[in-house]
Design a binder for this molecule. Structure first.
Ligand code: ZN
Length: 432
């Protein structure tokens, strides 16, 4: 992968925007064909490479006996007998393949090569082997280099295949306007009957920078069903929107219906009735996601336009998700909030501070900085020794009695002045 020059990235940042597309019936068919073509190329290429990989593994032991070391990443480029290269495959295309944009095939193979080199790379042990792509998977798509697409107002144009005599270029419409500076790879995909394109942009920074007047500071404490914001005044943001409750109840209802149908007879899972209910369930999931996303976008935008400095906790979301309150955690959207806040604060030039993981924001008294330790600590269920409730913070030093989460948000607000922050920055200085 080529890197952007430093000069370019200093004044600009990349951001991917997702647009919903509204293709006509005929274009939907073509869209689907392009997805199928990418999947075909991927699977064919994968098949060939799998054989090559097996042979490489076999010959590696052979070479090792002779005393030659073959590096994994060389197995297809330096030893082309193992597998054809991307270029060769593209050259040996079958006649019918020319009906499709050849870049789709090239992108599929590039992605496969990248996935494979990640898999082989020992520095990234979490990467699995690239998988077979099924036509039954709920999400289908194809990718094209963004530079090769024509973005014009609200339309995006995909050039037709070289030998496609039947169609013109594929013109897809969106309801939002595209921007002028696409970069990298645009991915088209379809999911649950909707069509989307994700276009990465290199957005110049000046254009979006907010007022320099924003000097305020805010601490945000994230909780399962509410966020607490403190900026001198306390503000509670309730995540249990009434709208959502309606959908959650209905999702529960549909899930029960489906479970009952499955239980009654396994054959039911393909029945018209079953599929209809499943479609309704998926529709409700989608609406919930839309509502949540809309809510978070507006919330974060408001925060970014108001405060120069935003302090949040560093929560190990993945770790916490394994715990008991999993459903609530999922619904409180920690991860999404964090990622939206990250890119929005970059966009608007806010200073996003992530408090150290060890900063005990729930255990400190926001008034006198007294820190609870040992069996005085507050847990999710309050404190057993002192019989305090789960949602209150009672300081044993100064008698401060305050809502637990409010206290935490004030602590985050004060984080930059705390000794934890000073220690952390001192340690960082020593490292550098
Ligand atoms: Zn206190």
């Amino acid at each position: 992968m080529k890197r952007q020059s430093d000069e370019k990235t200093e004044n600009a940042f990349t951001r991917t925007l997702v647009y919903r597309l509204y293709p006509s019936k005929a274009d939907q068919v073509r869209f689907q064909c392009y997805c199928d073509y990418r999947r075909y190329v991927w699977n064919e290429y994968k098949d060939e490479n799998d054989h090559a990989y097996q042979r490489y593994r076999y010959e590696r032991t052979y070479y090792a006996k002779v005393g030659i070391k073959v590096k994994a990443k060389e197995f297809c480029s330096k030893y082309p007998t193992f597998a054809r290269t991307k270029k060769q495959v593209n050259h040996d295309k079958k006649a019918w393949e020319y009906k499709y944009p050849s870049k789709i095939a090239l992108m599929a193979m590039t992605d496969y090569d990248n996935a494979m080199s990640n898999f082989i790379n020992k520095a990234m042990p979490d990467w699995g082997k690239p998988k077979f792509r099924s036509k039954r998977s709920p999400r289908q798509g194809f990718k094209l280099p963004a530079e090769s697409l024509k973005l014009n107002g609200r339309t995006i144009t995909v050039a037709k295949g070289r030998k496609d005599k039947k169609h013109g270029n594929l013109v897809l419409k969106s309801r939002q306007s595209f921007l002028d500076y696409p970069i990298g790879t645009a991915s088209f995909y379809t999911e649950k009957g909707r069509y989307y394109v994700a276009v990465p942009y290199l957005i110049p920074k000046e254009e979006l920078k907010s007022d320099d007047k924003l000097k305020g500071k805010a601490g945000i404490d994230l909780n399962v069903d509410h966020y607490n914001i403190y900026d001198g005044k306390h503000k509670l943001i309730d995540l249990n929107m009434r709208q959502l409750k309606f959908y959650y109840d209905r999702i529960k209802h549909y899930q029960r219906l489906l479970a009952r149908k499955r239980e009654f007879d396994k054959k039911n899972t393909g029945s018209r009735n079953y599929l209809e209910t499943r479609a309704k369930l998926q529709r409700d999931y989608r609406r919930v996601a839309d509502i949540q996303n809309d809510f978070l976008q507006k919330l974060v935008l408001g925060l970014c336009q108001k405060y120069g400095q935003i302090v949040i906790e560093d929560l190990d979301v993945k770790h916490m998700k394994m715990g008991v309150a999993s459903k609530g955690l999922h619904r409180s959207m920690f991860g999404t909030f964090r990622s939206i806040l990250t890119y929005k604060s970059e966009q608007y030039g806010n200073d996003l501070v992530v408090a150290d993981r060890l900063y005990p924001s729930t255990q400190i008294c926001s008034k006198c900085q007294y820190r609870k330790t040992g069996d005085e600590k507050i847990t999710l269920w309050g404190n057993k020794k002192h019989h305090t409730k789960h949602n209150e913070y009672v300081c044993y030093n100064c008698g401060n009695n305050i809502d637990r989460d409010e206290n935490a948000s004030i602590n985050l607000y004060q984080y930059l002045d705390s000794k934890w922050y000073k220690e952390k920055s001192r340690a960082e200085k020593q490292m550098a």
